[in-house]
Design a protein around this ligand. Structure first.
Ligand code: NAP
Length: 311
């Protein structure tokens, strides 16, 4: 019987592991399909406190893992497929590898995955002019034109933020009306550096001789016409999907978009003993540092839960 199983190895998962390991809970981390989480798909991280020269995303995650392992965290690479509360108040986790794990408490830190368009070369372009995070990567594209894809609050927020760096921001939206809240939409439409490109879908990412983004092909959804736009970076902001599919049938409450609902004063879910941390429960902040902070909170909550259970 484990004290705590942490599902996920992004900033939230590793921080939970560091804290529960230092609390002598001997945590087990189950790593999923993308070990290291979203930061492994970024290059330089300039806004994580403590790294004035910046830090490479995958390096930061490796250091967090080393720190967690230094205090006794164990890691296994096995996808969790279900979480079930047992009659004795503990939990059984089943995995794709055919294993069953018993644990007193669970911290879910499986993150959220940014949606992409599904174009053929997008995997190679991530970090080479294709990204989903303006806060992370906007500063790398000063004085050049960039594209933001989407028409929601995220797209508007990204476009607005990018005007600090880019020479021009094209906001490419598949309809002729933004979905974003009125205040965000008004702000974006009033910004002279942002040019909306209505009724348009990006159908191709074009690259230069070094494999970096240099242009996109657009298809007009009304006229069917095709055109090209020269840009150095594309920010995709068409939504995120929280990685909570495996919780189907677990009884854990999620909101209408699939994000885990935390209680108003802790990281507890509606099921006692199941906690969550990071982007899997946060569609607002979505930063490495907020995920890490939430991971610390979940660890402290889990530690208190285990202590109370054993008292
Ligand atoms: P969203 O509201 O779901 O908007 C996604 C946008 O992407 C929509 O405009 C949608 O177009 C477009 N889109 C979806 N799939 C597409 C595709 N395959 N090709 C092209 N375009 C596509 O997502 P979000 O902007 O990430 O926001 C998610 C939630 O977080 C919302 O509730 C939002 O209000 C909230 N949020 C709030 C803030 C804030 O308050 N500061 C900031 C960010 C997000 P259509 O409009 O045609 O469907």
């Amino acid at each position: 019987m484990e004290n705590v199983i942490i599902i996920g190895t992004g900033c939230a998962g590793w921080t939970s592991a560091i804290y529960t390991a230092r609390a002598n809970l001997n945590p087990l981390v189950l790593a999923g399909e993308q070990p290291g989480g979203q930061l492994t798909t970024t290059t330089e991280v300039e806004n994580f406190p403590g790294f004035p020269e910046g830090v490479i995303g995958p390096d930061l995650m490796m250091r967090m893992q080393q720190q967690a392992e230094k205090f006794g965290t164990r890691v296994e690479y096995d996808m969790v497929t279900s979480v079930e509360k047992t009659e004795d108040g503990n939990f059984t986790l089943k995995t794709a590898g055919g294993n069953d794990y018993q644990t007193k408490t669970v911290i879910i830190a499986t993150g959220a995955s940014p949606r992409h368009l599904g174009l053929s070369n997008e995997k190679e372009l991530i970090g080479r002019g294709l990204t989903s995070c303006a806060t992370c990567d906007g500063a790398f594209y000063p004085d050049v034109p960039v594209v933001v894809i989407g028409g929601g609050d995220s797209a508007c927020e990204e476009a607005d933020f990018l005007t600090r760096f880019a020479s021009k921001v094209y906001l490419v939206h598949r309809r002729d009306e933004l979905r974003a809240s009125k205040i965000m939409a008004d702000r974006v439409l009033a910004n002279e550096k942002i040019e909306p490109v209505w009724n348009s879908q990006v159908t191709e990412y074009l690259t230069d001789s070094e494999g970096h983004m240099c242009a996109v092909t657009l298809n007009n959804t009304v006229t069917g016409e095709s055109s090209e736009l020269n840009v150095k970076c594309v920010f995709v902001a068409i939504g995120h999907d929280p990685n909570t599919g495996f919780l189907k049938g677990s009884g854990v409450d999620v909101d209408e978009n699939g994000y885990i609902l935390q209680s108003s004063h802790s990281t507890s879910s509606n099921i006692e003993g199941i906690f969550s941390a990071g982007d899997v429960a946060d569609h607002v902040y979505r930063q490495a540092i907020t995920a890490a902070g939430n991971g610390c909170q979940a660890a402290l909550d889990a530690e208190r839960y285990v202590a109370a259970k054993e008292a």
